[in-house]
Design a protein around this ligand. Structure first.
Ligand SMILES: *Cc1c(COP(=O)(O)O)cnc(C)c1O
Length: 383
């Protein structure tokens, strides 16, 4: 029985040993001294295993599943973890259900899956469509909650029960929430998958992915996929991410508080529409989110009336960088429609709140909204 903060600072670290560092440094090795039978060696060749991964994997398993043993495998990106699950566990002829409003690369992953002979159905995250898409031929249900960038939420427990009753596996993309925001394995999912690039690492300096599961057989399949495709994480990246986990709890708390403060301020603005934050009372997803989430994350999404207004707003912000990705210690925002992959309005903005002071962020955002208004002409209005 440990709290999230206590767990985060020690997750995956070795027992204290005299004269050893508390956080072991990155093991930069392509091969290890390997006498005798390789089958009994913990480390032999760097594609198969590395002690720095092992430590980070222990941390991921502990955070995703504090009360029951679990396994984790780390990958060089979130999408490498995603494709490991889909391609290692699905066979030609299987059917998978994917979200229609999930991560923007999913349609391209879908095309690859179909070329591989897997049947794919899609359903939106909100409402009951995912439930309706489950039939006896479905082998895997992939859900993303909260979804990126629309921030819809689905009931993991309810979907996992329904999928299991039909013999399907359930994987949850836990990128947005992080294991401190929700624990899909506790809610019945077979696999919790994430891009650690975002809030998990939180410093915008590493690409990372992971797959966590309590099922040793699924874990072995995922690991074998990693070895046979060579989709491996660098030890330096693994070490940086592990080092940063010590502040995951502090970051998650602060980022959630900042997101809530910004969402509350945006709610007061007449030019803002479609505001979404699962932690905001009154949000369409709040009720389900409050039942299964422990923290609501750092992303707020909303729309300004048009593309020009959104671009002016982004250009006027001083404390929020115009950049993609999310979850970092420095706030970022972008007009999501510029990528062309998501079904969002032209003025749609996805904003990720960092760990700055809430009052400063709110003031900067209000000022930039004023500056972006159509009647804010000339420099005199840009305060
Ligand atoms: C970013 C993201 C991914 C992909 O992760 P990368 O680390 O960029 O490969 C997958 N799912 C979600 C929800 C994401 O936001």
């Amino acid at each position: 029985m440990t709290g999230d903060g206590t767990r985060a600072v020690r997750a995956g670290l070795p027992e204290a040993a005299a004269y050893e560092p508390p956080v072991p440094g990155p093991v930069l090795a392509a091969h290890f001294h390997l006498p005798g039978d390789p089958a009994v060696a913990p480390y032999g060749y760097g594609r198969e295993g590395n002690p720095t991964w092992t430590a980070l994997e222990a941390a991921v398993a502990e955070l995703e599943s504090p009360d029951q043993p679990a396994h984790a495998a780390v990958f060089p990106s979130g999408i490498a973890a995603t494709t490991a699950v889909l391609f290692a566990l699905l066979r030609p002829g299987d059917v998978a259900v994917l979200p229609s409003d999930g991560y923007q690369l999913l349609p391209r992953v879908r095309a690859r899956l179909e070329a591989f002979g897997v049947g794919v159905r899609t359903a939106p995250t909100g409402g009951d469509a995912q439930l309706a898409a489950l039939s006896d031929d479905v082998r895997l249900l992939w859900i993303e909650t909260p979804s990126n960038p629309g921030l819809d939420v689905c009931d993991i427990r309810r979907l996992a029960d329904a999928a299991h009753a039909r013999g399907a596996l359930v994987a949850v993309d836990n990128t947005l929430a992080t294991p401190l925001g929700q624990r899909p394995l506790d809610l019945g999912a077979d696999l919790s998958v994430a891009s650690g690039t975002k809030a998990f690492n939180g410093h915008g300096d590493v690409l990372l992915g992971y797959v966590a599961t309590r099922d040793a057989r699924l874990h072995a399949e995922i690991r074998d996929w990693r070895t046979t495709t060579g989709a491996i994480l660098g030890p330096m990246e693994a070490w940086l991410a592990h080092r940063g986990l010590a502040t995951l709890h502090l970051r998650a708390e602060r980022q959630q508080a900042n997101a809530l403060a910004v969402a509350a301020a945006l709610r007061e603005r007449p030019e803002v529409s479609g505001l979404r934050y699962p932690g905001l009372p009154g949000d369409p997803a709040h009720e389900v989110a409050a039942r299964q989430m422990r923290r609501f994350g750092c992303v707020v999404s909303f729309a300004l009336p048009d593309r020009e207004r959104a671009d002016r707003f982004l250009g006027a912000l001083r404390l929020v960088d115009d950049a993609t990705s999310f979850g970092g210690v420095r706030s970022t925002a972008e007009r999501r429609g510029r990528w062309g992959g998501d079904a969002v309005p032209e003025g749609f903005i996805r904003m990720s709140l960092g760990v700055e002071d809430a009052a400063d962020l709110v003031a900067d955002i209000r000022r930039a909204l004023d500056a972006a208004a159509p009647d804010a002409s000339g420099t005199s209005t840009v305060r």
